[in-house]
Design a protein around this ligand. Structure first.
Ligand SMILES: *Cc1c(COP(=O)(O)O)cnc(C)c1O
Length: 462
């Protein structure tokens, strides 16, 4: 059989919110044209994020019941630690309430002002945490990463030559660690090859710099390695993941992604000294080190999810279901990032809204138009998220202005996705009517979450 089916059936259902076009226009104005400000009741299909939005399995729900709420040393923690350690292999396992808490703790513990943290492409909260420590978050992906047309199989890779040159210049003292994000979320959900992580390990070893993974989507990355990298076809995703983690000194993970969690994160480390400093800080902000801001039942759900996600049938279906959307949009002539990433389809905002200049935020305008047209919520990863206003008032725009259709895990069916595809194709046919937007209020840190916008009057366009 050629058809790849969902390797599960539905046990619990939840209604989704239907609205009219007129209502959506009003709702957008009320939300200051920021989809983050919308009410869940008014969203038909929510592709804002794959973070914490997955459906848990019956086993995970059973784990919720088994959860042990002992304050210190709960059974849930030991089960969590064993499940994580089985994959990550590192001695120290520290739960946190989500990924950014893990980033904040690591940055507070080991990043100093003036330092540089290089990576393939830092995620937005990672960048913000590094910069809050006074350090610089430097993205050095391979050149193909910036080319939406490139079919490189591992577009998430870090540029090893640039990494080497940087470490040569800066030395270990100025680089607290190198961070590779798997898969490369901000770069289009693109995977990183085993060879690239091995290469980064060798470079880091030469200069005595630690190597860390941001492992939010480690299972999808492992499956890509199995499918695309020579020598891995016969390996299980789990053994590939284990090998990836064996190459690094530690990892941070948002367990809201590849652990099927609705909340949670983790730090793993080889160094007991760094772990001790992280735990010291964690007690101030997250809670006791055996629960890290989570309930015992969350730890049990995560312990089960982090193993369950490595199921090969699931991962095959997962990558196929994302590719299904990408291939149909591509066939309709809609500019999408290629090849297809794991958790999301990325539409090129500047290509879709080629009538809008960068100042009118083409990607953001597209995501707003898609909500207005069909009640679908997506997330811009581009000019609003990463645009920088310089001191002289001019703007520096990121290399790519993308709209991410993030696909929650085990949540939507193929007909939901067919609706999304149809909506985008309809919108593409009248793309020149999509109005541009501009900021009316732009917070300095993580602007996309709370910024306010207004449509740019059409006269300005003419
Ligand atoms: C989601 C994510 C984070 C942050 O995790 P949260 O759980 O949302 O705080 C960090 N890095 C990557 C790559 C992510 O996808």
């Amino acid at each position: 059989m050629k058809t790849i089916i969902e390797p599960f059936r539905i046990k619990v259902v939840e209604p989704i919110g239907k609205t009219t076009l007129e209502q959506r226009r009003e709702l957008l104005a009320e939300a200051a044209w920021n989809p983050f400000r919308l009410h869940a009741d008014h969203i038909l299909i929510d592709l804002l994020t794959d973070s914490g939005t997955g459906a848990m399995s019956s086993e995970q729900w059973a784990g919720i019941m088994r959860g042990d709420e002992t304050y210190a040393g709960a059974r849930s923690y030991w089960r969590f630690k064993a499940a994580v350690q089985d994959i990550f292999g590192h001695e120290e396992v520290i739960p946190t309430h989500q990924g950014r808490a893990a980033e904040n703790l690591i940055c507070s513990a080991i990043v100093k002002a003036g330092q540089i943290v290089p990576g393939n492409t830092h995620f937005d909260t990672t960048r913000a945490n590094i910069e809050m420590s006074g350090a610089r978050a430097l993205d050095i992906p391979i050149p193909e990463a910036r080319d939406p047309e490139s079919l490189h199989p591992f577009k998430g890779n870090i540029d090893l030559l640039r990494l080497e040159a940087l470490l040569e210049e800066e030395g270990a003292a100025n680089v607290p660690f190198v961070l590779i994000t798997i898969t490369n979320n901000s770069g289009g959900g693109q995977p990183v090859s085993m060879e690239n992580v091995r290469g980064a390990r060798a470079v880091c070893d030469r200069f005595g710099v630690p190597l860390m993974l941001d492992a939010a989507r480690f299972a999808e990355n492992a499956m890509f390695i199995k499918l695309r990298e020579e020598g891995f076809a016969d390996r299980t995703p789990k053994s590939i993941a284990q090998e990836l983690f064996s190459l690094v000194d530690g990892a941070m993970m948002s367990m809201k992604k590849d652990a099927f969690g609705n909340n949670g994160g983790v730090i793993t480390l080889r160094s007991p000294e760094v772990a001790a400093e992280v735990r010291r800080l964690l007690i101030l902000t997250e809670g006791f080190p055996t629960y890290g801001g989570l309930a015992g039942r969350d730890l049990d759900a995560l312990a089960i999810g982090v193993q369950e996600i490595l199921d090969e049938d699931y991962l095959e279906y997962r990558l196929a279901s994302t590719r299904y959307v990408e291939e149909r949009l591509d066939a309709a002539g809609i500019p999408v990032m290629k090849p297809c990433g794991g958790h999301a389809v990325y539409v090129d905002g500047r290509g879709f809204c080629s009538h809008l200049p960068n100042e009118q935020l083409p990607g953001w305008s597209l995501s707003v138009a898609l909500y207005e047209h069909a009640g679908i919520r997506t997330c811009e990863i581009g000019n609003v998220m990463f645009g920088r206003k310089e001191n002289d008032g001019s703007w520096t725009w990121p290399a790519l202005d993308l709209v991410r259709l993030a696909i929650p895990r085990r949540v939507y069916t193929q007909s939901h996705m067919d609706y999304v595809i149809e909506a985008l194709i309809e919108l593409f046919a009248k793309r020149e009517e999509i109005p541009g937007l501009r900021f009316t209020d732009r917070p300095a840190v993580l602007p996309h979450f709370t910024a306010r916008f207004e449509p740019v009057p059409v006269e300005v366009n003419a």
